[in-house]
Design a protein around this ligand. Sequence first.
Ligand code: SF4
Length: 509
Amino acid sequence: MLPAFFDSVLALIVKTSTDLPPDVRAAMRGAMAAEEPSTPSARALTIIAENIDQAATDEGAICQDTGMPTFEVHVPRGSDQLWMRQQIREAVAKATALGKLRPNSVDSITGMNSGDNLGPGTPVIHFDQWEHDEIEVKLLLKGGGCENMNIQYSLPTELQGLGRADRTLEGVRKCILHAVWNAQGKGCAPGAVGVCVGGDRTSGYMHAKEQLFRTLDDVNPDERLAKLEAEIMGTVNSLGIGTMGFGGNVSLIGCKVGVLNRLPASFFVSVAYDCWAFRRLGVRISARDGSITRWLYRDPSNPTIPMIDQEGFVRTGREVQLSAPLDEAVVRSLKVGDLVLVSGRMFTGRDAVHAHLMKHEPPVDLRGAVLYHCGPVVKKEGDGWKVTAAGPTTSIREEPYQAEILRKYGVRAVIGKGGMGPKTLKGLEECGAVYLNAIGGAAQFYARCIERTDGVSLTEFGTPEAMWHLWVRDFPVVVTMDAHGNSLHKDLEAESAKKLEPLARVDSR
Ligand code: SF4
């Protein structure tokens, strides 16, 4: 057996969850340099950069959604894959117990969280043999917000703003542009896409995700695909989606395209969208004792350069201070674009809580309350709890419920990310409430705005889905949907759709 194998895999998981690889850091530095100072995107990037540094320094999860752990393992001939699989599963459970991974494995029928990230299909572990005498383990942690933005096209097809996409590389180019436009800020832009041209519906998605194991700065060995990747990167940012969909100069930090043969009748283009919190690392492991012989994607002998070389997020003095519970007149005075610092009590609530509130009275008084779409990472400390990672989750999933919850219970502010749809916008107007966009993935930054956690309800839904009672101070957010019928998300989606049109070309290839 390999006595150090378990520790090596555990070290890989912890590092992947807490420290972004150098190529992603470099791309995010590039994004920061490309945005005009003081714009919403620039301010969001400052919070993101601060968050990246905080996570690495304190070994905390970069984002509270530590995603679906996906391992790609290469082993020499004769390796005991059953034993390794078990060791990897135990390392995942240990990392979860240490608070480096959020419990994310949920029974799809009962909704019960297994609590340790183990269950049918989780974690994902793919084994392959190779000719080398070392073991290679690569890990991708990709969260639900960006996973939900994956998309698969069957060509030929008609695409909004881009016209017909044929079974050609030009058609593939249109699909990639459409996928980035479709994601807007919901997948925590600026993101990166892994793409597969061809394959079947299953292998296409798998191969698309495998592209995310390439570094952002590599060059595709296939010249045709290298050209396509360069073309996408050269044009996609003109869509103006920007960080979190706030509008800006950088919408994508990477495009990696692979190709598989297909059936004559099928032509799929599969796109795996990853967020800025692009957590991917790997290790080479000795087949003699299981110890790490070298890291992939990072060189531990090179010191990590902090993302922020000055003060991080600083107040401009123009922020509106809000203190919960909120007064209707104050909330109605807010407008899209206002920067807000929230203090006081807020309650978390995401999918299970929203479904529950449609049929049951809330366990707390929600009049004037701030409802935070968030599934935090929480550690038990003595008789209490400590929230160690607490960024927003994608709000659009609550669109079927949100307006009714505003009307029924008097919630005055909803905090989340990516924006919500027309039903919620109407509900905000009717009820005198606002939608406040927090910076997706900034889990460490927001955890530091939480002064204490003084209760929790609905624990039967599991840690991420329970209703946590948080006391926060100066929690920075942006009004992106107000009580006057205005929505930054609606406007930006329409504007960026118009920008797709000049990128459409007559398909001649
Ligand atoms: S950064 Fe955003 S999309 Fe990515 S895992 Fe975190 S919440 Fe999900």
